[in-house]
Design a protein around this ligand. Structure first.
Ligand SMILES: [Fe+2]
Length: 141
């Protein structure tokens, strides 16, 4: 396997872990959010959880297609603390922004060395950007 391919696989594995971690974080936020708008926010958080888990699956498919095997190492400690709507969305915005940056970093590394992977990452950057923009809208007002 070429050095470049190994580097791409490493990057994709990081994205895989990042998406799964985001999924778990969304679940935790959804079950710890309280307040008047709890039910509404929980619904949004669980929808986002499903979306990040779908992203993890397409990234895993990409890893297999490139000749790798998805690997997962998670070190996650989520404190037993309640949150409110605004805090939950703020937290989500922080890890979604980190995920978007990770996609962008890998896209930059791949450049035009692998056109199919480049296109895949571009599409993911577009999706993640929408995600981040939607969360920002929720924090307005
Ligand atoms: Fe995602």
């Amino acid at each position: 396997m070429s050095m470049a391919k190994e580097e791409f696989l490493r990057g994709l594995n990081e994205l895989f872990a990042e998406e799964l971690e985001a999924g778990i974080r969304y679940l935790h936020l959804a079950v710890t959010v309280t307040g008047l708008d709890r039910l509404l926010v929980r619904k949004v958080l669980l929808e986002n959880m499903n979306e990040t888990l779908e992203h993890a699956q397409v990234v895993a498919d990409k890893i297999l297609q490139l000749g790798g095997v998805p690997k997962l190492e998670l070190k996650l400690h989520l404190a037993p603390e309640k949150t409110n709507a605004k805090e939950a969305i703020r937290t989500a915005l922080a890890f979604e922004t980190a995920a978007l940056d990770a996609y962008r970093d890998l896209l930059e590394k791949v450049g035009n060395k692998d056109v199919a992977l480049e296109e895949f990452l571009r599409a993911q950057v577009a999706l993640e950007s929408q995600h981040v923009a939607e969360l920002e809208l929720l924090l307005e007002g």
